[in-house]
Design a protein. Structure first.
Length: 199
């Protein structure tokens, strides 16, 4: 997982409420065994609508998505986070998120920022003009070049993992020596617990 510290650029002014994971990545895209290419299927239903923000060249490769309440509701598919990551989205800003989606996003290096609706409305306005949005994870702030500044809260553990680019596997590997020492001690003290390996 790549470290997340500063995310800056234009943003998709999406703003819809109750966007479920089936809208983020439709079920027919779940048959793949790789994450690569899922960005092409992201928001497929929305992209069928004329004038949608995802096909507007003004927002091409935007690293930020601004959404409405309850973003990522519905099924718990991790493919939703994979699809966002594959399309280049590194942060989603919304008034609220589904807990499962927020967890999946964090585990895949995507920052979820919760801000009040008034801040979302202002950021939608800024993003709609194509002006950049700046997110500083260390200072937990979202700013614009128009002197807007919004502070957000984040779980300290998640913040540390994102800043250091450490996922759950990385956290486990960091304790590899301690785990190995424990297993060696256990094999000596309780040999009956050691699994037998068939010849």
């Amino acid at each position: 997982m790549n470290p997340v510290t500063i995310i800056e650029g234009c943003a998709y002014p999406f703003g819809r409420k109750n966007v479920d994971t089936d809208v983020i990545i439709p079920a027919e895209w779940l048959k793949t065994t790789t994450r690569a290419g899922l960005g092409k299927g992201a928001f497929e239903v929305v992209r069928n609508e004329p004038g949608n923000v995802f096909d507007d060249p003004k927002f091409a490769d935007a690293p930020v998505l601004i959404a409405g309440d309850n973003f990522g509701c519905g099924s718990s598919r991790e493919h939703a986070a994979w699809a966002l990551d594959d399309m280049g989205v590194k942060a989603v800003i919304a008034p609220s998120f589904s807990d499962i989606f927020s967890g999946n996003a964090y585990k895949n290096g995507i920052l979820t920022v919760v801000l009040p609706q008034a801040a979302i409305d202002r950021l939608m306005e800024v993003a709609g003009r194509g002006d950049p949005i700046h997110i500083n994870l260390e200072h937990q702030s979202v700013t614009t070049r128009f002197q807007d500044r919004f502070s957000f809260k984040i779980d300290p553990f998640r913040k540390s993992c994102l800043i250091n680019g450490t996922d759950e596997i990385g956290l486990t590997l960091a304790s590899a020596t301690a785990i190995g020492n424990y297993e060696a001690r256990t094999a000596t003290v309780r040999p009956w617990l050691k699994p037998e390996i068939a010849a």
